[in-house]
Design a protein around this ligand. Structure first.
Ligand SMILES: Cc1cc2nc3c(=O)[nH]c(=O)nc-3n(C[C@H](O)[C@H](O)[C@H](O)COP(=O)(O)OP(=O)(O)OC[C@H]3O[C@@H](n4cnc5c(N)ncnc54)[C@H](O)[C@@H]3O)c2cc1C
Length: 441
């Protein structure tokens, strides 16, 4: 097996691709990141990431991983005016119709609220400053190049906007092309089976607008989140972002698509929002019309289960696992994968794909399980007895969290992927859930 670490190529320069490039830069002499879009200098929307117009939350596990990969970046974001949400004190959060107690707890680390295009642009700037990483935009990847024996991936074929074809030889190729996950189909061309894939159709629709709020939100709030629930399949998120702008997103489950005309959007928001919000929104300066984005299905591709896989190829980010966006996990999981990749490479290149997919799966598993259990209930699909029990327990936890900051912290640590779901049934938590519900009862 070649141990050369001369050149790595990353396919896709969105969040997962950029973070993977950062990880590879420690171990490869040169890293090239290819994307078919022109990559703007600032935080502008671009065609390849249409979801970027919509509310994006960076989970705490993602904040932590980002800090590890780019020390000092969080401070730069805060200095640039990205709102920082300390310990939940600045969030209005409603789950299953229960509003969480708000006093921020010390165990909840600060959350950062950059818009998605802005966050990507700041990461891109960090990458552009790295001497051994080259971003090559306006180039579409067309396929993988196999070695003579077909045992390994030896590079990729790209074509520029003006039709110029080029072969990029590489010791390692990392597929970060998002949900389409090109490697999934290209594997067949190389004579390999694609991985088993699990898909859960959710038919989620987002509708989002940017706005300014002259007086801001009351009580120092920086975000308002109302999760969809049984009986109310449309939820909302209002998030303060850099430059004094807010993103307001309505998100509907299972074909309950939010309206995109001004009046319908406003009326729908007023119906879902907490009582204080319609008044606040009356003074809003709307900066654009509602944009829609449809998310058909979560998918997970089990690369870790493949018996045969070529050397010199990895898959990261949404190409590996794409979660229902309502759970806000994609960027955090991509960041955790980048940390895994960096650390595995530091320990050696032997069996890299096997070690990487296994370690990534351990991170993906709890997040995926949470999404599957919640979505199956929300969609009215048949559930196992264990899933029904978990669902009932979590509803009670949400109810008790309305008056218990410790439960807010416990739940938030799990939903933001810092702790494993099993921590929610520790005796200390269980007792508070029971006591809280007895008090309510
Ligand atoms: C509506 C919505 C809301 C979301 N909200 C959240 C949230 O709140 N929190 C969160 O953490 N995550 C959220 N996500 C998920 C998040 O957007 C992704 O997880 C994140 O962008 C990382 O994805 P990625 O880099 O793997 O792929 P993508 O962001 O999809 O990027 C893929 C890149 O590959 C490029 N590309 C594709 N094919 C080719 C090719 N053949 N050649 C060259 N380049 C190519 C594209 O141009 C693009 O730049 C949301 C997703 C959606 C759809």
């Amino acid at each position: 097996m070649s141990q050369s670490r001369e050149h790595a190529v990353v396919l896709g320069a969105s969040v997962a691709g950029l973070l993977a490039a950062r990880a590879l830069a420690d171990s490869y002499e040169r890293v090239t990141v290819v994307d078919r879009d022109p990559l703007p200098a600032g935080g502008l929307d671009r065609k390849g990431v249409p979801q970027a117009r919509h509310a994006h939350v960076l989970m705490r596990a993602g904040v932590r991983a980002l800090d590890d990969l780019f020390p000092g970046l969080l401070e730069k974001l805060a200095a640039d005016g990205v709102p920082v949400n300390y310990g939940g004190a600045h969030s209005w959060t409603e789950f299953n119709g229960h509003v969480f107690q708000r006093a921020g707890g010390p165990r909840i680390a600060p959350g950062y609220q950059p818009s998605r295009p802005y966050l990507e642009a700041r990461i891109r700037e960090e990458i552009r400053e790295m001497p051994n990483v080259l971003l090559r935009d306006e180039r579409t990847v067309q396929g993988l190049i196999a070695s003579a024996t077909g045992e390994r991936v030896a590079g990729v074929r790209v074509v520029s906007r003006d039709g110029e074809e080029e072969a990029l030889p590489a010791d390692l190729v990392v597929d970060a092309t998002g949900r389409s996950g090109r490697a999934f189909t290209w594997l067949r061309d190389l004579g390999y089976d694609p991985p088993e894939e699990k898909i859960l159709a959710v038919d989620v629709m987002y509708a989002s607008r940017r706005l300014r709020l002259p007086g801001g939100l009351p009580e120092g709030l920086r975000s308002v989140l109302v999760e969809p629930r049984t009986g109310q399949p449309v939820g909302m998120a209002l998030i303060e972002q850099e430059g004094g702008e807010y993103t307001l997103t309505l998100m509907g489950y299972a074909g309950h698509h939010p309206p995109t005309d001004h009046d319908g959007f406003r009326a729908s928001t007023d119906r879902i929002a907490p009582a204080f919000l319609p008044d606040v929104l009356r003074d809003a300066e709307w900066l654009d019309e509602p944009h829609r984005h449809r998310y058909p299905a979560s998918h997970r591709r089990y690369y870790e289960r493949l018996r045969r896989f070529p050397e010199g190829l990895l898959v990261v980010g949404d190409a590996l696992c794409s979660f229902n966006p309502l759970f806000g996990q994609g960027m955090a999981v991509a960041a955790m994968e980048a940390v895994i990749l960096r650390d595995l490479l530091a320990a050696g290149q032997e069996n890299l794909a096997r070690r990487f997919f296994k370690a990534a799966a351990e991170r993906i598993d709890p997040a995926w399980q949470m999404v599957m259990t919640t979505d199956r209930a929300q969609l009215g699909l048949p559930q196992s007895a264990a899933e029904r029990l978990i669902g009932a327990y979590v509803r009670r936890l949400h109810a008790a969290a309305a008056r218990d900051r410790v439960l807010v912290e416990a739940f938030s640590s799990v939903s933001s992927l810092v702790e494993l779901p099993v921590t929610l049934i520790k005796p200390a938590v269980l007792i508070r859930v029971l006591a809280g519900n007895l008090r309510r009862g």
